[in-house]
Design a protein around this ligand. Sequence first.
Ligand SMILES: [Zn+2]
Length: 170
Amino acid sequence: MDTELNRQDHSYDQVLQEQAVRARRNSYAPYSNFAVGAALLAADGSVHTGCNIENASYPLGNCAERTAFFRAVSEGQRNFTAIAIAGGPVPPDRTMASGKADSAAGRDDQLVCCPPCGACRQVMREFCGPDFRILFSDGAGGFTVRTLAELLPESFGPEAVNVVEQEVPE
Ligand SMILES: [Zn+2]
């Protein structure tokens, strides 16, 4: 649990975006040099962050969004309200290969449009309802807001295999 937030309205959006940008600084992406951070807001107001973590065995890399989800679920969370995602390329002089990866704060202004990949949308679907809010950097200095129902229509979820009762995105 990183932060307690008021979730009565969307006033947490700005904080969530800032947390995603901050989490991005911990990205381990020496192969793609594309750094992503995510900040996941749980229903109890706690925020759980994640970053992308790559591997020399390329397919084993994990996205920031799933890192945040798996971290939160492993800490006992099952209900979520929103996630913010901040992603973009690491400048050549800030890559791990450059030997200056510790200067990661310099990455903060390199955000591009970074919606969640298909795998992460499916993981969101496991734990979230259709109104779950997804905020992702738009590449123009702001964040685009979508719902899970918008990003994953006609989806397959846990209720299809009778594991749990859950809202179905329309
Ligand atoms: Zn992903």
